[in-house]
Write a protein that binds this ligand. Structure first.
Ligand code: ZN
Ligand code: ZN
Length: 111
């Protein structure tokens, strides 16, 4: 099972301040997803949707960009990353409760 760590990063806070729908980034440290403080206030579907997308970037080694990240998660785990407009941002990643369960069953996320 792959292991992914989540870490607060002040650069992620700056990115979120500059661009509201930006809550996380990856490739700053190996196998770590950096998140802004605001990330922790997101409802579960968005929070896990963003994580799923960032994990997709790690698993696809950054190849294929945004689409490549989502494709990788579908190919490996059958996870379908959706894009939803809400008060938390336009076009934000979102996954279903079933896909959230799949993530917890298949990926070791260390919060
Ligand atoms: Zn960072
Ligand atoms: Zn991305």
């Amino acid at each position: 099972m792959i292991k992914i760590r989540i870490k607060h990063c002040s650069e992620a806070d700056e990115e979120h301040a500059a661009s509201f729908r930006q809550y996380a980034h990856t490739f700053h440290y190996p196998n770590i997803i950096c998140v802004a403080k605001a990330f922790w206030k997101l409802p579960e579907g968005y929070l896990m949707g963003i994580l799923a997308h960032e994990i997709g970037h790690i698993l696809s080694d950054g190849k294929g960009g945004e689409e490549g990240a989502n494709r990788e998660m579908y190919k490996r785990y059958g996870i379908h990353i959706q894009y939803v407009d809400s008060e938390y941002g336009r076009n934000l990643e979102y996954i279903s409760k079933e896909d959230i369960r799949t993530i917890f069953n298949r990926i070791n996320i260390i919060f």
